[in-house]
Design a protein around this ligand. Structure first.
Ligand SMILES: NC(=O)c1ccc[n+]([C@@H]2O[C@H](COP(=O)([O-])OP(=O)(O)OC[C@H]3O[C@@H](n4cnc5c(N)ncnc54)[C@H](OP(=O)(O)O)[C@@H]3O)[C@@H](O)[C@H]2O)c1
Length: 275
């Protein structure tokens, strides 16, 4: 990659950002299409988030991804939000159009694409989401549009009720579940909690409650213990790596207006990731 006086800069704001695979994925795509763009990591301490966002304007940075811990706290610094980012209350992509900063959330659509690419049709399906944080809100917003029924379960009842009440304002097929005794009534079960990130985390749901013909997804970017247990019981499983890929391809499209080279981005993302 050659940086020129005209190179357009994109990147990622997070803290920390050392582990991110997004620079590899986006820079491979820019190179593949011969675009004079680059993607850089920006470690931004939470106390410096405001000046960092102002810096996007001052430096003419075309756009950034936003990751932990800034996805929600970045919102007050932006000029506008897309409909889905406003509902979700979290932003993972910012576009800078001549100094106007708009926040988007491509996580939910990224997840939906990771499912549809496996040939899974959500229409008529009964879906369970475990979790009510930012990622659960993002996927639930789109799942409730496509599936016939969406049930949501979460440890914190207050957060659960908040999400169910927000969704119920726009959809009629959403139910909050406060206790899980059976999972066999669901076609698709999704772990959208952070349980499974650490090796010694408990499982988000009891795998002994699963049936054999279910699809079990985890938004975490690896084959979690929950997915391993689901596979042992005969379920089809999907991890969060393709969601990461497709949220990235959607951000790429927002910044460049070009069709992303998905296979190139996938190869760059998957390299160095153990699954
Ligand atoms: N694949 C992708 O592209 C992608 C994109 C975004 C996020 N993710 C993944 O999605 C996961 C959730 O992210 P997030 O942004 O939604 O985080 P978040 O807003 O902090 O929400 C965390 C969720 O996990 C639950 N949780 C945490 N610890 C728990 C415990 N000990 N027992 C039961 N529930 C627990 C929380 O429940 P309470 O409400 O009870 O605290 C909440 O529902 C992360 O693992 C992240 O890596 C993946």
């Amino acid at each position: 990659m050659t940086i020129t006086g005209r190179t357009i800069v994109t990147g990622i704001l997070g803290y920390p950002v050392e582990q991110t695979r997004s620079p590899a994925m986006h820079n491979a795509a820019f190179e593949n299409l011969g675009l004079d763009y680059c993607y850089l990591p920006f470690p931004v301490h939470p106390e410096r988030l405001g000046p960092a966002v102002e810096g996007l304007r001052a430096l003419g940075i075309r756009g950034v991804n936003v990751t932990v811990p800034h996805k929600e706290t970045v919102i007050p610094f932006l000029d506008d939000l897309s409909v889905e980012a406003r509902f979700i209350g979290a932003v993972n992509t910012i576009v800078n159009a001549d100094g106007k900063l708009t926040g988007y959330n491509t996580d939910g659509r990224g997840f939906m694409r990771s499912v549809s690419e496996r040939g899974i049709d959500l229409s008529g399906k009964n879906v369970l989401v475990a979790g009510a944080g930012g990622a659960a809100r993002a996927v639930s917003y789109y799942l409730s549009e496509k599936a016939s029924g969406l049930s949501i379960y979460n440890r914190s009842k207050e957060r659960l009720r908040g999400l169910v009440s927000d969704l119920s304002r726009i959809r009629r097929n959403v139910t909050g579940i406060e206790r899980i005794n059976d999972l066999t009534g669901f076609d698709i079960i999704i772990n959208a909690t952070s349980l499974g990130l650490k090796e010694d985390d408990p499982l988000p749901l009891d795998p002994d409650l699963l049936g054999k013909k279910q699809v079990v997804c985890d938004l975490i970017y690896k084959k979690t213990a929950f997915l391993i247990e689901a596979e042992k019981r005969g379920c089809q499983t999907i991890d969060g790596l393709d969601m990461l890929l497709y949220q990235g391809t959607l951000a790429f499209e927002l910044w460049t207006g070009r069709t992303p080279p998905v296979e190139v981005m996938k190869k760059a993302l998957y390299e160095g990731v153990s699954r």
